[in-house]
Design a protein around this ligand. Structure first.
Ligand code: PEP
Ligand code: MN
Length: 367
């Protein structure tokens, strides 16, 4: 059964309610200049809602933990000079009061806060009677109930301008993403609370800027309502999350090139497709990892041949091996043509790796 949250139609007062809703800004407010420069450049790209972290929850102590309250007047200046709405993360009661004092328009709860019902309840109690948009990031662990619980606590406090942010989930397994997207979880949230807007945070899912654009597109393909993207006027020099922030100009390029289409696959179809694509991505990663290992073995063979004066190419071995692979391939439903093409390419690459090993030693011997 669906969950009945009481929601206002418009999420951000004064901002046109057209999809996708876009929020952008640096991971952290660092200096007044960086905050203002990034804001001016983003406003020039048409961004209407500015994000910047003032208090940063960090995994380890002694990392940059945000500038704290001294950054709040900078956000006020952003509002005054660009007309954008400003948003920041609040993780405790003090943050809420401080941010309100300086006119912060929108709050979000970070992933680590959503995972803690006591913290969420305290914030909810503080927000009672206010009309301010609140965005709730998913908890770090892939638990849709905990996410829904946090949304309910905030909604029960009377907050009706409410949305969720999907920022991916921590996992022990290494993958190409910093936080695994598990798209089926935000889609389950949508199924459970159909009228709740869901924004996607491609920056924290990706962890690297090269993946941000394709994640934005995926979010649109899955029909989510908006994007919150980290952008910085000098991303490489950012004090937090440097690898995943994009230049405002790059953000403008991403937004201009987003393909928005009325999907002809229903939601369940889209999830299935995303899941299948995720499986393909994972298998391809594994295939490449195995190629890497195979080339390392080829290099060891190269070293052996070098030390024992054996030639690299031994065609009888190669012939036998190829026939064996073709037969194994046939038994697995792979055509002879495919297996022989793949193995010819692997063989050439192996020889190149062996040759590299031999060349390296020649140079070493000369020097
Ligand atoms: C952030 O938005 O910069 C942040 C700390 O995000 P999260 O809570 O998703 O880790
Ligand atoms: Mn960040």
């Amino acid at each position: 059964m669906g969950i009945d949250l009481k929601l206002e139609h418009t999420l951000f007062p004064g901002i046109e309610d057209k999809r996708p809703l876009i929020m952008a800004g640096p991971c952290s407010a660092e200096t007044e200049e960086q905050v203002m420069e990034t804001a001016r450049q983003l406003a020039a790209q048409g961004v209407k809602v500015y994000r910047a972290g003032i208090w940063k929850p960090r995994t380890r102590p002694n990392a940059f933990e945000g500038v704290g309250s001294k950054g709040l007047p900078w956000l006020k200046r952003v509002k005054e000079e660009t007309g954008m709405l400003v948003a920041t993360e609040v993780a405790n009661v003090k943050h809420v009061y401080e941010a309100l004092k300086y006119g912060v328009d929108i709050f979000w709860l970070g992933a680590r806060t959503t995972a803690n019902p006591f913290a969420v309840q305290e914030i909810a109690d503080t927000l009672k009677g206010m009309d301010i948009p609140v965005l709730v990031k998913n908890p770090v662990n892939p638990d849709v109930e905990l996410w829904i619980g946090a949304l309910e606590r905030i909604n029960e406090a009377g907050i009706t301008r409410l949305a969720a942010i999907h920022r991916g989930f921590s996992s022990y397994d290494k993958s190409e993403y910093r936080n695994a997207p598990h798209w089926q979880i935000p889609i389950e949230l949508r199924r459970r609370i159909p009228h709740l807007p869901i924004l996607v945070d491609p920056s924290h899912i990706a962890g690297k800027r090269d993946l941000v654009m394709e994640l934005c597109q995926r979010a649109m393909n899955l029909d989510f309502d908006g994007l919150i993207i980290e952008s910085h006027c000098n991303p490489d020099k950012a004090w937090s999350d440097a690898g995943q922030q994009v230049l405002p100009e790059h953000l403008g390029y991403i937004l201009k090139n987003l393909v928005l289409r009325a999907s002809n696959v229903d939601n369940q179809g889209a999830v299935t497709l995303e899941e299948l694509r995720t499986q393909i991505d994972k298998l391809d990663d594994e295939i490449l990892g195995i190629f890497e290992q195979r080339m390392k073995v080829a290099e060891n063979i190269g070293r052996f041949k070098r030390d024992n004066n054996v030639t690299i190419l031994q065609s009888d071995r190669w012939d036998k091996m190829l026939n064996k692979r073709i037969n194994t391939g046939l038994s697995k439903g792979l055509s002879e043509e495919f297996v022989s093409k793949v193995y010819s390419a692997i063989h050439v690459e192996s020889i190149n790796h062996q040759q590299k090993v031999m060349a390296e030693t020649k140079e070493e011997k000369q020097s």
